[in-house]
Design a protein around this ligand. Structure first.
Ligand SMILES: Cc1ncc(COP(=O)(O)O)c(C=O)c1O
Length: 378
């Protein structure tokens, strides 16, 4: 990822990451959780596009207890940059990658005996104990042990002396449904499975099932640890929940107008001549394209903000640029600031809006922001 904290040579297209908003979001989420619930900040996928190291640093400073990544390499990156806090790998890793998990003190989820055996062996070589989490599938049908096989599996794992089963994870498949039936079923399966394991274990295991949706909708699922992603970044997993915890978007995408030209009515614009002007038109070009993660599906559909006004995209979004119609904002000049995601004056274009325009969702919009966009931390 390109990091540029000096504005001197800044590419005129960058992500502004508001660290104050991040810290305040975390505090507001913690207020809802209360003192006793641990907060794991989900920083996988480069902290949903915001920059994993910076987000980890600020969230830990503001009261997060641990971090969650999806893959080994994300954990290694954080360790190599000096992060000491517990890091859970939330998704099962494949065989062959055990050595580095032990080396970097990462806490993997385990669903496979051979994998556990190998981590135990690597940990023994290093004379250490690796903490692991069991992942139980209570209904998501993605990854995990079947609840019915969990007890047996746990019995085998317990014999591996260089492993410590720290807790049990599961994942809700739907927290947005108004009908809570399935979430409640998952919750009760999760509880009954853990109770069996605890009986076998002799003491408590850390229970972790809640994500942002559950933080907002299912307080009885908080248990010992919640794993918060989208809410930390100031977005809501679904619109209905907006009043429950106040958070503010952390990411904005900003650029500048690189060129402005006036063309007559009937002029074709862009690849495939995908748009024809319907009047004398002032075209502005913005140096951001789909290679930066700006969705091509916004061609002839999306809008940007310039001088607090909306300018529609005309023609197809190219790999490195796209064009907008500036005719109704005659006062703008080359170099004018353009907001692609974020707020300007009274208007805003949020990740939900970009998600809706592109038949996707806010999660995908922010996590797909390109590596070549500098992240500017403010
Ligand atoms: C295992 C796991 N836990 C927690 C989260 C956080 O979810 P959210 O961003 O909805 O809070 C995710 C995200 O996909 C996840 O995969």
């Amino acid at each position: 990822m390109i990091k540029q904290n000096s504005n001197k040579y800044l590419r005129p297209a960058y992500l502004e990451i508001d660290l104050k908003a991040l810290a305040s979001n975390l505090k507001n989420i913690k207020k809802r959780l209360g003192e006793k619930v641990e907060l794991l900040a989900v920083v996988k996928a480069d902290a949903y596009g915001h920059g994993a190291y910076e987000v980890s640093r600020i969230t830990l400073k503001s009261g997060a207890d641990s971090l969650g990544v999806a893959i080994l390499e994300e954990g290694i990156e954080l360790r190599e940059k000096g992060i000491k806090a517990p890091i859970q790998i939330l998704y099962p890793e494949s065989l062959g990658r055990e050595k580095k998990i032990a080396k970097y003190n990462l806490q993997p989820v385990v669903i496979d005996y051979d994998f556990a055996f190998n981590i135990n062996r690597e940990s023994a070589k290093k004379k250490k104990i690796t903490e692991i989490f069991l992942k139980i599938d209570t209904g998501m049908r993605r990854y995990g042990l079947e609840p019915a096989e969990a007890l047996d599996f746990f019995g085998k794992i317990k014999k591996l002396k260089n492993l410590k089963v720290k807790g049990v994870l599961s994942q809700f498949s739907s927290t947005e449904e108004e009908d809570r039936g399935f979430a409640e079923y998952q919750l009760s399966l999760f509880k009954s499975t853990i109770e069996q394991l605890e009986e076998e274990n002799g003491n408590r295991l850390k229970r972790s099932i809640a994500n942002s949706g559950a933080v907002l909708e299912i307080p009885q699922s908080y248990f010992d640890q919640v794993r918060v992603g989208i809410l930390l970044y100031g977005l809501y997993p679904f619109p209905r929940t907006i009043e429950k915890v106040k958070v503010h978007p952390v990411m904005s995408l900003k650029s500048k107008l690189l060129q402005i030209r006036e063309v007559p009515e009937g002029t074709s614009v862009g690849y495939g001549r995908g748009y024809y002007t319907r009047r004398k038109t002032r075209i502005g070009t913005i140096p951001v394209g789909y290679a930066d993660g700006y969705p091509r599906i916004l061609s002839n559909k999306g809008e940007v903000l310039i001088k607090g006004k909306k300018a529609p995209i005309i023609g197809r979004v190219c790999m490195d640029a796209f064009m907008v119609d500036l005719t109704d904002i005659p006062e703008v000049k080359t170099g004018e600031e353009v907001i692609l995601l974020g707020r300007q004056g009274k208007e805003s274009i949020d990740a939900e809006k970009l998600g809706e325009w592109s038949q996707s969702l806010n999660y995908e919009i922010i996590t797909r922001m390109g590596k070549r966009l500098p992240r500017i931390y403010v």
